[in-house]
Design a binder for this molecule. Structure first.
Ligand SMILES: O=C(O)CCC(=O)C(=O)O
Length: 505
């Protein structure tokens, strides 16, 4: 195995606080991750770092570190082939190329080896496909092949760019390939510290998890779901193959999405995340129901005016949701029907490493891909006092995601899931407070009427459940006073000025 070298520079992506769907659309843009130098062997395990790779690097692109430490003295064809443009960063070269149409991109790729590599960068072709064809495409193994097959059906070419270029060194181009091709490390998956329960009563769920706002993994509560018994790719293709679902920035027929997800290896695969699935395919609605713990659904008082609240989620291995807090201060449940998902959750007072929310919460800067987060930041949490809650949630299991918790999810295999966000009495006051924030216009999501949602919701609750808000406010005040008294007792028991412990038995 050739030597390898790891370098790292963290990149951030800023995104506004948005609905789940909008976040996903943003996630579909140009994938980026850390600069990392590894070797390009197939199915190779880098012993030093324990990284396992799935394939060989696209076009033979190597990380820049190899130029200085492995192939010393080589000439970087990246620079010679770019001419005067070699002074530009890779990001800038790609930004410029993103302005070109497919024909110009194709022509440019014949100019030099360097332009061949840049102009075949798959995310450029992905953007062209999504912008021009929207969801109306059949994935043909690569984004370039997809574009060529759709726009020139008679052209007999795989469309796949297959030339291997020697001595092309670029961290930027290497990195998205690397993040797409890394397998999750065993040690990342092994960290599992969530509480798992089976056969819990609703009362105990409320007392032990919902009230204290703690995550829990619920086992055995989907046993009656038709979805668990029936849903598979084949079944969904039968009942909804020609129905269009929301996939990143486009709408795609389900059967076409499956063709894509079967054939793709990319850093941030397109994720099917549709809030209207039940209306589009009523049989799917009839094959699941909220687990018994989540039956109280106070947003339902708004009828059709309620914000989006339920989604079917389908994605291949490596797809997922990067760090976010759920919308409108709601809590959520996420039921895995097929496949499995790795979860990492941080409590509301602990911002995950690598994640930088703006003070008003309207924007979040975070690593640009889930794999990047694992590679660059996951290790940091090992030494943290407040370690994240982690688990792998398997088919038939349900995650409870309490409101305000940061969470990241990656599918370990092709997965189908249902998630619902909900408001119960336990988080009603939080939700109302959130909806009333002065920047509600930026923060509230899942509805077009962001600024009026608070008033509409409060009024509807007052009509449907008179006195409930006052009762909850009274309880919250009593709880606050009790908490304060606990502190007062502790203060009385210790001498904070001298640091001496005065309490004795
Ligand atoms: O990708 C997933 O299954 C997780 C979805 C999620 O985090 C969410 O709906 O808030």
């Amino acid at each position: 195995m050739p030597n390898s070298l790891l370098a790292s520079r963290n990149r951030r992506r800023r995104s506004k606080s948005k609905s789940k769907r909008q976040k996903l659309i943003e996630n579909q843009r140009e994938p980026q991750c850390q600069e990392t130098a590894l070797t390009e062997e197939e199915e190779e395990e880098d012993e030093g770092n324990g990284f396992k790779l799935k394939t060989s690097a696209k076009h033979g692109v190597q990380p820049l570190g190899n130029l200085y430490f492995v192939n010393k003295g080589a000439v970087n064809v990246r620079n010679t082939g770019l001419g005067n443009l070699h002074v530009l960063t890779d990001e800038l070269v790609l930004e410029i190329l993103a302005l070109l149409d497919a024909t110009h991109l194709g022509v440019l790729s014949t100019v030099t080896k360097s332009f061949y590599v840049f102009a075949n960068h798959e995310p450029l072709w992905r953007n062209l496909v999504l912008e021009e064809l929207k969801g109306d495409f059949l994935f043909a193994g690569s984004w370039k092949a997809t574009y060529v097959a759709a726009s020139h059906p008679k052209f007999q070419s795989s469309g796949e760019s297959v030339l291997k270029i020697r001595d092309f060194y670029s961290d930027y181009l290497f990195q998205s390939w690397l993040c797409a091709n890394l397998e999750m490390k065993r040690e990342w998956l092994e960290r599992d510290n969530i509480t798992r329960v089976r056969g819990l009563s609703v009362e105990d769920f409320i007392t032990n998890f919902e009230e204290p706002n703690k995550p829990v993994l619920l086992e055995g509560c989907l046993d009656d779901w038709g979805a668990v018994k029936k849903w598979s790719k084949e079944y969904l293709s039968d009942v909804a193959g020609d129905v269009e679902f929301a996939v990143g920035p486009v709408e795609m027929k389900l059967e076409n999405y499956f063709k894509y997800s079967d054939g793709v290896t990319e850093e941030r695969p397109l994720y099917l995340f549709d809030p209207k699935f039940a209306e589009k395919v009523p049989v799917l609605d009839s094959e699941y129901e909220a687990p018994v713990y989540f039956r109280e659904d106070l947003f339902s008082v708004l009828g059709n005016e309620r914000p989006d609240y339920r989604w079917i989620i389908i994605g291949p291995s490596g797809s997922g949701s990067s760090f976010h807090i759920d919308p409108n201060s709601t809590s959520a449940w996420n039921a895995v029907i097929t496949g499995s998902k790795k979860w990492v959750l941080f409590p509301p007072d602990v911002v995950p490493p690598g994640v930088h929310p703006s003070p008003d919460g309207a924007e979040v800067a975070c690593p640009v891909s889930i794999m990047e987060w694992f590679m660059n930041f996951y290790g940091d949490t090992r030494s943290w006092k407040k370690r994240p809650v982690e688990c792998v949630c398997k088919a038939g299991e349900v995650m409870f995601v309490p409101n305000g918790w940061w969470h990241l999810v990656i599918n370990l295999e092709e997965s189908i899931a249902i998630t619902q966000n909900y408001v119960s009495r336990r988080n009603l006051l939080n939700v109302l407070e959130f909806l009333k924030k002065p920047n509600a216009k930026e923060l509230v999501s899942g509805t077009n009427d962001r600024e009026n949602l608070h008033d509409k919701f409060k009024k509807a609750i007052e009509e449907a459940y008179p006195g409930t808000i006052q009762e909850l406010e009274k309880k919250a005040e009593e709880k606050r006073i009790a908490e304060e008294q606990k502190v007062t007792f502790w203060d009385a028991a210790t001498d904070s000025k001298s640091g001496a412990f005065k309490f004795s038995f």
